[in-house]
Design a protein. Structure first.
Length: 278
């Protein structure tokens, strides 16, 4: 069952959620600013009472800051675009990924699923398939990118445990159809953005996923007792697969050493992550 913004606000007002209060009547940007501020406050407070992870020098004060695109200055935005272009000029570590021509964004990977008009799916993610990157922007898919969902995820009903949080973020509720923030971002890009393998080719993919990570980061900061918990199976989209465990290794396909999930849950854990959002 969906929970309305009014219901979330009502829950907050009665203190049922035990979560920090968020003022009513603000749009999603303003609410995100407030959630950001509450999350930072919670991290600073937690740091005073929680010992650092063994071997880690990471703290809120020295962590890398991932900044909102909207808060970057003109020069910083240009620098970011140049960095993306630089990456496009750099040989990929994984040969099936990479941009063959940065100016026209000629890509190789996908489509794997037959969602793009005029393109046939290929049989394997390794199949050579050079073509132009495609977008098919639509507002219809962005209906879950709103203040109501943001509140529900961070301080509302869906914030109560990691299973509810990820189900809401991933849009796994089937009836009525619900894309969640994750799916909404992909389908708003359309075309390549909707392909589970090819979507990674679009530079917008990285901004979208950074924002998803930011919402997860904020949820963890606001719910510290639950931040180390995980839920779900070991195989994507396979609810009957064996449950994932904290010691399970994440396969990063040679980009780095595979790490256990538990090492990647805390962005201030220091081994290896040390970042916050700002
Ligand atoms: Cu995604």
């Amino acid at each position: 069952m969906r929970i309305s913004l009014a219901a979330v606000i009502a829950l907050l007002a009665t203190g049922v959620t035990g979560a920090p209060t968020v003022d009513e009547g603000k749009d999603a940007d303003a609410i995100m600013d407030q959630i950001q501020s509450e999350a930072m406050g919670a991290l600073v407070k937690a740091e005073k009472s929680t010992p650092r992870r063994q071997g880690s020098e990471c703290s809120v004060g020295n962590a890398h800051i991932r900044r909102d695109w909207e808060k970057l200055g003109q020069q910083e935005k240009l620098d970011y675009i140049r960095a993306v272009q630089c990456l496009a000029d750099t040989p990929p570590k994984l040969t099936q990924y990479g941009w063959a021509n940065k100016n026209r964004l000629t890509i190789n990977l996908g489509p794997i699923t037959p969602r793009m008009d005029g393109l046939s799916p290929v049989g394997s993610i390794f199949e050579w398939n050079p073509r132009c990157l495609r977008r098919d922007l639509t507002m219809a898919a962005s209906r879950n990118l709103n203040a109501e969902n943001l509140l529900n995820l961070t301080v509302g009903h869906a914030s109560h445990n990691v299973q509810l949080f990820q189900d809401e973020l991933q849009g796994t509720r089937p009836d009525p159809p619900f894309l969640g923030m994750h799916g909404s971002g992909h389908f708003s890009m359309g075309a390549d953005g909707t392909d589970i393998y090819a979507s990674i080719n679009d530079p917008a993919f990285w901004l979208h996923h950074a924002m998803l990570d930011r919402v997860y980061w904020a949820w963890q900061a606001l719910h510290p007792a639950k931040k180390g918990k995980i839920a779900g199976g070991t195989v994507m989209r396979e609810p009957d697969s064996p449950p994932a465990e904290l010691s399970d290794l994440l396969d990063v396909m040679g980009l780095d050493n595979n790490k256990p999930i538990e090492d990647l849950l805390d962005t201030l854990g220091g081994t290896p992550l040390c970042y916050i959002y700002g």
